[in-house]
Design a protein around this ligand. Structure first.
Ligand code: CTP
Length: 443
């Protein structure tokens, strides 16, 4: 009996998929089809897959060509599957020519002609209107947005607005996008906006963008007052618009995995979370000279509060702020302590004091540790009482990681996302509340 194997995502099942399965089956007597998991697709940079794994498996089964369907969840699995299932022939479409030649030592490798003029990518973009994205702000973060957005299909960065015309013109020239002098013209030309301006201007920009019927992806901290967040989310919802806080860590695959493990019982009940992020900034930087809204907590606090609020929730019983302020009154180093009925947590941030940036989650049966830069989670360990009992986890974090949040933002606009759980509206409200309390106490 000749055993054949092939793999794919099989999103929005189309003729090309049908034809490759048909021909794969003809190569032998028994066909195994590997269907990729959402997590694996994300780590290999394939974002925006629309159909769920179950739907994709069902569609493969419906063809009647597959004798067995397996799931593909990690790199290197193909080699193991070939051994495990005693495969004689490995086959994929000609778009992969040469890429699987390394398997020739173990079985025959056949590249079948790809069906012309059809692909899942094409269907994904055809089905949906391309979202024209506009950027407000021209700082460092805005610079990172453009190359990352290019990797997400279905989005096009149209133009930029900044009341400081000179920097907007420079930015637009550098990135080959349009520049708008008048914000009304800017809104006219886009479907969604990315707000990357100084923190204190977010609220007004979000409001005006929503008023103009635009979806909003706003950099963290989205707003600095609880009431503002409580006002803006329902305002967006009433208008069928998406308002989305961009804390990139929340959307990063490794961090989602880490949270899953923390909440799975593997380390027992979580009792303590310590999250630390420090980044030394020059005393002349905006972060250390904006006397009202600068400082370490407004800059980095969102990252450190994220694992705490995700794990313990929004109902802390006590929050306390300890900060070391510089001569101008801005916090150079801040420790925020939370008390919960069954746990405690600290969020530590620094722009003028360096510390070991790490995330430590302690439970009744063990702990999870992720070293800096844990906010771009690629690696973490789970430890238990026995010091040699360590489980190691790694995941990929591609580029600057903004692609993950942009992709989730787009999926929410298109109505195909189930990702609100990664950062809920009420969690964003809770972050704004802590920011507000901090600023009231510290300034
Ligand atoms: N395939 C094919 N002809 C097409 C599209 C895909 O023969 N027109 C083959 C691929 O070569 C692969 C299998 O179908 O062997 C599964 O491909 P998949 O990546 O799921 O489909 P694509 O349409 O290529 O998806 P995407 O656009 O997301 O890359």
């Amino acid at each position: 009996m000749t055993r054949v194997i092939t793999y794919g995502t099989f999103d929005l099942f189309h003729e090309g998929h049908y034809r490759i399965l048909e021909r794969a089956k003809q190569l032998g007597d028994y066909l195994i089809v590997g269907v990729t998991t959402e997590g694996y697709d994300q780590t290999r940079g394939k974002l925006n897959v629309i159909d769920s794994l179950m739907t994709r498996i069902e569609n493969v089964k419906k063809t009647g060509f597959a004798d067995d369907v397996i799931i593909e969840e990690s790199p290197g699995q193909k080699f193991r599957d070939i051994k495990k299932y005693q495969i004689d022939i490995f086959t994929v479409g000609s778009d992969w020519i040469g890429q699987f030649d390394y398997l020739k030592d173990y079985c025959e490798v056949v590249y079948l002609d790809r069906t012309k003029n059809i692909s899942s990518t094409m269907l994904r973009t055809q089905n949906k209107q391309i979202q024209r994205m506009g950027i407000i702000g021209t700082g460092r973060i805005a610079e990172r947005f453009i190359p990352e957005a290019k990797l997400v299909s279905g989005i096009n960065t149209q133009g930029v607005y900044n009341p400081h015309t000179e920097s907007a013109v420079k930015f637009a020239e550098k990135w080959g996008i349009d520049f708008y002098k008048d914000i009304e013209d800017f809104y006219e030309a886009v479907d969604a906006v990315y707000i990357a301006t100084p923190h204190e201007t977010h609220y007004e920009y979000i409001k005006s963008a929503l008023e103009h019927g635009k979806h909003v992806l706003c950099e963290k901290p989205m707003v600095l007052q609880k009431a503002q967040a409580e006002e803006l989310f329902p305002y967006a919802k009433e208008r069928n618009l998406i308002l989305f806080e961009g804390i990139k860590t929340a959307y990063c695959p490794g961090f989602t995995q880490l949270l899953g493990i923390a909440c799975s019982g593997m380390i027992g009940n979580v009792r303590n979370v310590e999250a630390c992020f420090t980044k030394l900034e020059s005393p002349e930087s905006r972060e250390l000279t904006d006397l009202k809204y600068g400082g370490s907590f407004t800059e980095l606090g969102s990252y450190c509060m994220l694992p705490i609020i995700k794990i313990f929730g929004e109902e802390y019983t006590q929050v306390r702020f300890d900060a070391i302020n510089g001569d101008n009154g801005l916090d150079l180093f801040t420790k925020v302590s939370f008390k919960y009925p069954n746990g405690i947590a600290t969020a530590t941030c620094g722009l003028g004091v360096k510390s070991e940036g790490r995330l430590l989650i302690s439970g009744t049966k063990g702990y999870i540790i992720a070293e800096a830069p844990w906010w771009k989670t690629t690696y973490f360990e789970v430890h238990h009482e026995n010091p040699s009992d360590i489980e190691k986890y790694s995941d990929r974090f591609l580029g600057d990681g903004l692609r993950y949040e942009i992709s989730d933002f787009l999926s929410m606009i298109n109505g195909s996302s189930k990702s609100e759980f990664k950062l809920t509206r009420s969690e964003s409200v809770a972050f704004a509340d802590v920011m507000e309390r901090f600023l009231r106490e510290n300034r």
